[in-house]
Design a protein around this ligand. Structure first.
Ligand code: TYC
Length: 102
């Protein structure tokens, strides 16, 4: 196939960049009141982590203030945040979950 040629006779190249959808980190935040057991349960229930992973992530949040619990497309991340926030509220815990663009 012939390369594109402008009126001046110079050859030009057009490169098409592949579009990747943006990813979003879902973060769990520490607080002083949510029981550790509840956080472990949330991680198992909504993020599919096994019990040992859930304990490790919960302790990371507890020690460091927050941790990334997963990376998802916008829609999935938004759903996880909503599910966790609704579940925490229903159980009267102040647990906070947010998302941010990677
Ligand atoms: N800091 C809480 C406690 O000592 C435990 C906790 C861990 C709370 C992780 C929230 O996202 C959290 N009971």
């Amino acid at each position: 196939k012939k390369p594109p040629e402008s009126e001046s006779g110079l050859l030009t190249k057009t490169r098409t960049r592949t579009q990747r959808p943006p990813l979003y980190k879902v973060l769990l935040l520490n607080d002083d009141y949510t029981p550790m057991e509840f956080v472990v349960h949330v991680l198992e229930r909504f993020f599919g982590t096994n019990h040992q992973q859930a304990i490790e992530i919960m302790l990371t949040v507890h020690r460091k203030g927050l941790a990334v619990v997963g990376v998802f497309s916008f829609e999935i991340a938004e759903t996880k945040v909503t599910q966790v926030m609704d579940y925490a509220r229903r159980n009267q815990h102040p647990l906070q979950c947010t998302m941010e663009k990677e």
